[in-house]
Unconditional design. Sequence first.
Lengths: 257, 70
Amino acid sequence: MTARTFLINGLIAGLFAGFAAFLVAHTIGEPPVNAAIAVEESSSAHEHAEAPAGHHHEENGIVVSRHNQSTWGLLTGTLSIGTALGGLVALAAAGVVGRIGRLRPTQSTALVALIGFASVALVPFLKYPASPPAVGNPDTIGERTGLFFGFLAISLVAAIACTVLASRLLPGLGTYRTVIAALAAYLVVVVLAAQLMPTVNEVGTFPAQTLWTFRRASLTTLATMWGTIGLVLVGLVGRAHQQAAVESARRELAASL
Amino acid sequence: MAIAVPAAPTAEIPTIPLRELLPWLLMFALLALITIFFVSADQGAISIPSGNAIHEWVHDGRHLMGYPCH
């Protein structure tokens, strides 16, 4: 197995994941997004005499129809992110294969996908959850973007550092204590960062039920994305590992003749 | 107990040398970061290029994948 094998399998897994995430986001995510846009338009209709025809944020900007945004636009987004994440997860898996205790390639790949979901999607979501249209002040977008990606970076770096630490501690401490120590170290870092970093609350009078439905749909979309990357990649890595084993056995046999 | 294990339990787990992995990782990470930037943050906090076409096109994905949109 080479870096190339992992990357190709990761890109394939990412495409599947992007498509699966699109199906989930389109099915359960679009209803709350449409409800949120209805809230946004009714509130801006109070402010302006004329209600805007479509959903757009700049007076003379390009308007993409809601139909295109919820189908081709959404698919573009999920496929791009899926492929990018799939490749990155696969290369990370290539880096840890054979380096975490005695985990087989499929097991260490599954572990990478799980750590990736927790540190890149779940933990950032818990501090800075996804917000539907109409929630969020356009004037603070720069600050909110910085906080979100800053917290994501802290979580990701901490997760990588703790995984490397765990692989070093494993021979001396054993699996059980190593997992506890690494998990505790990661939690100390992210909980401390979450406590120190400012909270964003721009919900205002947005309906709570729609907000909950949207956020649940968003987290389900992210879980689908990461879950599909993990499952497909583990399957492909397992197959590649088996093929490599068969190949080396055949070569050994040929050499012994 | 150990006799019951049929296959060699100490089978080699392959590793990939880091110096072999690094160029793939660097190249793909750069590409992936650019891709993620355009979908997740472009024409929000920073605009390259200016306008709102990319923002509008990936609008729903940006909201539903948890990125700050507007």
